[in-house]
Ligand binder design. Structure first.
Ligand code: FAD
Length: 448
């Protein structure tokens, strides 16, 4: 068997980026993908009218996500600019039974944007405790920070309670978990990585025509990609890796010198490794926590939000956490509002049927804008914890998990390498998935 043979498990951004890199370097690659499509958590929903599209999964490509941006360029995919997903003028809140612009002092007794800004200033200070976000365990008090949770830190901020609630929603939206389940060390690491300057917010993009055009374009360059192929077992041996998979009703065995596991750890827990993983990797695979998130996408025949000076972004204490205009980069009469709900509220919505989840989101907006539901043309929803080949949103380190598992996450288990949004310092992003795949590929190429 050639030493330059590799099986890549999963055709999300991580697996595709790894396969593309290895294929270009002359390796013999086979990609195995459980779903009938590529892209995984990059999933553009196209069943709206007038050609409108909304992203069911990864949506915002930040201006410094150079790997994703360079794929868009390489495959001639135009981008639509959207504002910062952190905050924009025209942001609204719906708290304590009142709704309106966050800066409207008469609603909540203070300009909530100003109060919230104080938390971002404190966050940038927290980030100074992590000198090197790529090596967070080298921070002086890493262990202590990792033993704490983000809720304690939020509680300690000397700001109005609603500003603390806005930041709780930030944790629910960005890390898709409850603050009490989120390691303070990872919050500090992320602060060092992205939020060192509280005055700067990141601009972002969406691919015109759908973000999943990127994974589709990469897939088209690969020689052997098998869809509807569910990996059931992986045996990591001294000379090879043996992978068994199911395609419809038949079972197959494939052998290669190496394999890359580019699937969420939640999905990897369904694979039988037959005791061939080192204990640190097995513990990491079983032990790392994931968040929960749902999206409800509502197409309205008219962008009624513009008439109210509202940009579509709503932060709430209601069953949906956050909304935004998923079509803000497109010129059209119709528009789509996405209700994005993570953490505890996301778990609660995931337990509902699709119809009930949609009804919940629609009624929150109807209560604030009576009559809006009469303008609805189409609705779609997805709850990622219920997806058999995802089983969560993305990884979210709970307290003490960085100390326990960081090392194993970044080292191969013999002939098996790990890739995915979890196995990167740019964790939780499409960009991170690509980085992890390219890194795993280069490490293999470097081993030859
Ligand atoms: C709702 C939501 C919103 C997001 N928003 C953003 C955003 O705005 N910006 C951003 O950058 N990122 C965002 N992300 C994160 C981003 O989408 C992910 O980090 C990234 O797409 C993950 O890529 P991946 O390759 O690691 O995993 P995945 O995309 O999950 O790919 C893994 C693949 O493995 C396959 N698989 C699973 N099990 C098996 C098996 N047994 N056999 C074979 N194949 C298998 C799956 O079907 C899947 O295709 C969001 C994610 C979600 C869920």
């Amino acid at each position: 068997m050639s030493e330059k043979s590799v099986i890549i498990i999963g055709a999300g951004m991580a697996g595709l980026a790894a396969a593309y890199e290895l294929h270009k370097a002359g390796w013999n690659t086979v990609v195995l993908e459980a779903r009938g499509r590529v892209g995984g958590r990059v999933y553009s929903v196209r069943d709206f009218s007038n050609g409108l599209i909304a992203e069911g999964g990864g949506e915002y490509i930040d201006e410094d996500h150079t790997r994703m941006l360079s794929f868009a360029k390489e495959f001639n995919l135009p981008l639509g600019k959207v504002g910062s997903w952190q905050g924009q003028s025209g942001d609204w809140g719906a708290f304590e039974g009142k709704a309106g612009p966050l800066e409207n002092t008469s609603l909540w007794g203070a300009n909530l944007n100003d109060e919230y800004h104080k938390v971002w200033v404190a966050l940038s200070e927290l980030g100074r405790q992590v000198n090197d976000p790529a090596h967070p365990l080298t921070a002086l008090n890493a262990k202590e920070l990792d033993s704490k949770n983000a809720a304690e830190w939020i509680e300690a901020q000397n700001v109005r309670p609603l500003a603390r609630e806005l930041f709780t929603n930030h944790i629910r939206s960005e890390y898709t978990c409850e603050p009490k389940h989120f390691s303070l060390l990872d919050l500090a690491r992320n602060a060092a990585l992205y939020y060192s300057d509280p005055e700067t917010w990141h601009t972002a993009y969406r691919v015109m025509g759908g973000n999943d055009l990127i994974p589709q374009a990469i897939a088209a360059c690969l020689p052997d990609l098998r869809l509807n192929t569910v990996v059931m077992s992986v045996k990591v041996q001294a000379q090879e890796v043996v992978v068994k998979y199911k395609q419809v009703d038949s079972f197959h065995t494939l052998r290669a010198a190496h394999a890359i596991l580019a699937i969420p750890l939640t999905a990897a827990r369904m694979i039988d490794f037959d005791g061939t993983l080192p204990i640190a990797h097995q513990n990491m695979l079983n032990g790392l926590s994931y968040g929960a998130v749902t999206k409800v996408m509502i197409e309205y025949r008219k962008r009624f939000w513009h008439e109210h000076g509202w940009n579509g972004r709503l932060n709430t204490d209601l069953p949906i956490v956050l909304t935004w205009d998923a079509t803000s980069h497109l010129e059209a009469e119709h528009g789509i509002l996405t209700a994005y709900t993570g953490g505890g509220p996301g778990e609660a919505l995931s337990r509902l049927s699709d119809d009930e989840r949609i009804k919940t989101a629609v009624s929150v907006i109807e209560d604030i804008f009576p009559g809006s539901s009469e303008m609805i043309e189409n609705t779609r929803t997805i709850a990622w914890v219920n997806e058999a080949f995802t089983r969560g949103s993305y990884m979210a380190y709970a307290p003490n998990e960085m100390t326990a598992h960081w090392q194993a996450l970044f080292s191969p288990a013999g002939r098996l390498s790990f890739a995915g949004e979890h196995a990167t310092i740019i964790q939780g992003y499409m960009e991170g998935a690509v980085e992890s795949g390219q890194r795993a590929a280069r490490e293999l190429i470097g081993r030859q």
